[in-house]
Design a protein around this ligand. Sequence first.
Ligand code: FAD
Length: 504
Amino acid sequence: MVGLVIILSLGIRPAQHLWQAHKGDAVSVPLQNTGIANDVSQLNPTPMRTVGLGTDSAANLRQLRELLVLARATCTTVSIAGAQHSMGGHTLSPDGIRLDMRAFNYMRFDTVSNLLTVGSGATWAEIIPYLNHRGRAVGTMQSDNAFSVGGSLSVNCHGWQPNQPPIAATVVSVRVLLADGRLLTCSRTKNQQLFGLVLGGYGLFGVILDAKLRTVPNELYSYHRVAGAAENYIQEYRRHVDANPQVHLAYGRLNVTNSRFLEEATLNYFTTERLAKADYPMVEPGLLDLKRAVFLGSKHNTYGKQLRWDLEQGLSKVEEGSEFSRNQIMNESPSLYMNRSPGQTDILHEYFIPARHYNAFRLALQQRIPRHKADLLNVTLRNVYADTDTFLPYARREAFGFVLFFNQGTAPADEADMTALTQELIEEAEKLGGTYYLPYRLHATPTQLRRAYPQFDEFLRLKLDYDPQELFQNKFYQRYRIGIGHSIGNAKKQPVRTAQSSAD
Ligand SMILES: Cc1cc2nc3c(=O)[nH]c(=O)nc-3n(C[C@H](O)[C@H](O)[C@H](O)COP(=O)(O)OP(=O)(O)OC[C@H]3O[C@@H](n4cnc5c(N)ncnc54)[C@H](O)[C@@H]3O)c2cc1C
């Protein structure tokens, strides 16, 4: 009702536009055939057998060990799936077994150390209310709540937490089940090498059963926004975020309208006001249909993009000067904007660029993107500090992440065009000393991957130390293990070792 009133108050043209966007929205994503698994991109239909785990962790461990023995005996590959929001088949392997970890979602909170022990299948949407009850909040996570802990650790995610390394820095330890059935606790002092390989390891070294995560206080933040020329974004960031230790969340947004394409930016940041008491109320975000219509109406539509840019400040999740709890802000669902229509899909890219090359990369995006078919719907900017925990870091020094959200068709020509665009943007990022993020489409060439991640061949060699039969596989591994000139692929025929009991 409120949404309707707002729409009507906007005038006839915007109201008609938003109504059409709303009417054109599909109700749900099309169902796949049974026996066919996919990920959020809907571009990876893969014949697989899915095994779901129960909630009893002891029984699950037994079941997992039996399954690994069976997989080894039958030379069947195993892929591990959380919420499946990776986009390149990172949870899929043809004719393999897919472990659905989502029921593995137990939680325990230690009130002395403030550490959360959490099953790897738990999503942030489950964790945030649990911590909220205790006056605590997640330290580092993505900007939405749909992802699992296992998936988040395995890509080493990051979000709106400024001037911090990615999530690995908040992990005290993980328990990992290896291909041979051993259960190891890994931390910075115990099984240290495996700790760095599993975090950001894309499910290739073993199954993360659970993790001990540092938490932070749930606090009340007040919201601030600075709008200006995109070229000044880094100066504004240094002035408002770096210079103020009270800032605890921050992100930027670039204008994607045709008339001012990547020319304007907003810096959005949140400063701490005071602690939020336990069980601080979290309200359901309102006006969802209206916000979704504003977003959908911007797809492939010049007028809709301008309308969205003009409106979204007022309709965004927070109002200038308002107070919100950290948990409230971080508990947003991506359902607000996820595509449901067949024949198209939304695809993310992310590039991590040194601050001094921010403008050069922005100008490269301005030139390259309009030459392609994909429709750029959103750009957010994040800051991330160097990651010294993982073996395969995307942030080897401080970087600004450009998160690009595209809509594209699913036809082969659309895929080919997106492949060309992705390769061009990776090239631009690499020229500027930047890297790109690995959980998205597998369009990078194997050479590009190795330029961005020079440790990748060593990463593959170490995988064989921990998983000599290459039991844990996914499409990411299958695409990029090629061309490294050693015996990967011949390793499969080794004798099957039996599961051992816990040996950390
Ligand atoms: C709409 C959207 C917004 C996003 N926003 C952000 C963002 O703000 N910041 C960011 O950093 N990323 C972002 N991402 C990327 C996201 O963080 C990754 O795709 C992440 O992996 C999603 O978690 P998941 O539970 O869906 O993982 P999945 O896709 O299920 O799995 C990802 C990888 O983790 C492995 N894995 C999963 N569980 C386990 C386990 N228990 N043990 C071992 N391996 C496991 C899988 O095998 C796979 O290789 C976004 C993605 C989408 C679609």
